[in-house]
Design a protein around this ligand. Structure first.
Ligand code: HEC
Length: 165
């Protein structure tokens, strides 16, 4: 990390705006450094809590669909909650919050090595949960069941590649 005093010293000696700009960029680059370990632990706790909530929402969907007459409002609300949580997934995984930090997490380094696919699966989950929410009031048991399987497969496809078993 560049000491702030050094930057002040540096900039006082530099007249050229171009050089000043690149000095500023250098400092900004340093600021992008990964958060300290304690902050990473908070991030991991937050995402694990979020995933637990996703698990609960999934259970509500499964339980409702097992009943002869699912409660449409409950179904839609749980699916909606799933989509809201799915939107947060990319932000739950900032650089440096993987196993490299030495913290207890089931996230694999592969997340940061193949980020595009990871974010694409999250996006798909948002879309599929919204479909499920819209289907909630249809009472179409077979369509609902199919959609539940689509969502379950989405969770599994991410876990298979990106989560330690
Ligand atoms: C884009 C990737 C991705 C998707 C989609 C995803 N997960 Fe996960 N999930 C993870 C990762 C990675 C972890 C490990 C997090 C950690 O330990 O830091 C995890 C952890 C979990 C956990 C364990 C949380 C804990 O520590 O107690 C549960 C439960 C879970 N996911 C449920 C779900 C459900 C249900 C779905 C689908 C509705 C889902 N996940 C979709 C990547 C994903």
């Amino acid at each position: 990390m560049i000491h702030p005093k050094a930057v002040v010293l540096l900039s006082s000696k530099i007249r050229s705006p171009k050089v000043l700009l690149s000095a500023a960029c250098l400092v900004l680059g340093q600021l992008a450094w990964v958060a300290p370990v304690a902050a990473q632990q908070d991030i991991i706790d937050e995402r694990q809590d979020g995933f637990k909530e996703m698990g609960t929402a999934m259970k509500t969907l499964r339980d409702e669909l097992k009943r002869g007459k699912p409660d449409a409002a409950k179904l839609s609300a749980a699916a909606e909650q799933l989509s809201v949580l799915a939107e947060k997934i990319p932000a739950w995984f900032p650089e440096g919050s993987g196993p490299a930090a030495g913290l207890k997490t089931d996230a694999r380094d592969y997340i940061w090595e193949n980020r595009e696919k990871f974010d694409a699966i999250s996006q798909a989950l948002i879309a599929e949960s919204k479909k499920m929410s819209a289907l909630g009031s249809s009472g179409d048991a077979s369509a609902l069941q199919k959609q539940l399987i689509v969502i379950r497969d989405n969770c599994a496809s991410c876990h298979d590649s990106y989560r330690v078993d």
